[in-house]
Write a protein that binds this ligand. Structure first.
Ligand code: AMP
Ligand code: MN
Ligand code: MN
Length: 317
């Protein structure tokens, strides 16, 4: 693994820096990318964050005007930094550009990370990529309110508001340091975790109606199809709450929320506690993630997919 100093040296040697996170970006991917881009701009670099469209809620994250959904015209990066991506495929349509840029850095916290960069910094004990970016920038680049706000959003998103076991004293110390800056942390917390559209609430209701258990109550699952989404007027971005909610069912040790991404291809979003390694389960279907939060995409119908996934889980009992 590379050191922060090696990464800083490569940044110093570069002038035009592209930054992106994983496809279907979440709070950590967007927060870490925007914070890093704003900080590197302060260091005199030309930077752009290139990232897919994302859920409205994350428009609370400051971008410094550096966010693009595709490569800006005339922007020819000599360095590409991938954040919060476990493997090169997770870059989605940016994969090609990543492969063409002379220097690349991969900074991440997924245990399934394939070290696909020229320099790689992967800390699977970090709560979030935003936490790693804080450490990279600390004492190296100037912070400001916007950078602090972006990193704070990334950290609270990935820790579920400091709930997940990935939260450490270091995470809290970093959050405390960030709170010294002037941004509305209470508003961010409420928007990220407690604000939902009507359609989102209805999708949650439908998913709860379909809730099933298996493995003697240790397994909990539910599903949503494209047809459901059409009927409720929601997109897959409006379903994220379901994943965490079903893990909260009493006695649940491993959960799977299955939702249709494209006709007959379903995303499986898994969560677990000590007894199950969902990264391993999803790995069996070509996906990955963390021990307690992972995902994969599987073709078929939801019931068959659930059966396959929990058969894999059962091996860990
Ligand atoms: P999600 O269930 O989408 O919230 O994802 C949980 C974790 O698993 C996140 O850290 C993702 O980056 C990772 N993950 C989700 N889907 C995939 C996939 N298809 N391949 C690899 N990692 C994934
Ligand atoms: Mn992420
Ligand atoms: Mn993350």
């Amino acid at each position: 693994m590379s050191t922060f100093n090696e990464i800083r040296t490569l940044i110093e040697m570069s002038d035009v820096i592209a930054i992106s996170g994983h496809t279907s970006p979440d709070g950590d991917a967007i927060g870490s990318c925007c914070a890093l881009a704003m900080a590197l701009k302060e260091l005199g670099k030309e930077t752009a964050v290139i990232i897919d469209e994302f859920p409205d809620v994350f428009h609370i994250i400051p971008t410094g005007g550096l966010l693009y959904h595709s490569l800006p015209e005339g922007f020819a990066p000599d360095l590409y930094i991938a954040l919060d991506c476990g493997d090169i495929e997770r870059l989605g349509k940016n994969k090609e550009l990543f492969s063409q840029v002379p220097n690349t850095i991969n900074i991440d916290h997924h245990r399934s990370n394939t070290e696909f960069g020229k320099l790689n910094y992967v800390d699977e004990d970090a709560s979030s990529t935003s936490e790693i970016v804080f450490k990279l920038l600390y004492g190296y680049a100037p912070f400001n309110n916007d950078i602090a706000s972006a990193l704070y959003t990334g950290i609270i998103y990935d820790t579920g508001g400091f709930r997940h076991s990935s939260t450490t004293p270091a995470t809290m110390a970093i959050a405390a340091e960030l709170m010294e800056y002037d941004f509305n942390f209470s508003d961010i917390y409420n928007k990220v975790f407690f604000t939902r559209k009507i359609g989102e609430a209805k999708a949650l209701g439908l998913a709860m109606e379909r809730l099933e258990t298996c493995l003697n109550g240790k397994g909990v699952y539910t599903y949503i199809t494209l047809e459901d989404m059409k009927r409720l007027g929601v997109g897959s971005d409006d379903l994220h709450e379901i994943t965490g909610f079903i893990k909260g069912i009493e006695g649940c040790e491993v959960s799977a929320f299955v939702y249709e991404k494209t006709p007959d291809a379903f995303k499986v979003s898994m969560r677990s506690d000590e007894s199950f390694d969902v990264c391993k389960i999803c790995g069996a279907f070509g996906g990955g993630g963390h021990i307690r939060a992972a995902g994969c995409t599987v073709e078929g119908n939801p019931m068959d997919i659930v059966e396959k996934v929990f058969k894999e889980a059962e091996k860990q009992l």
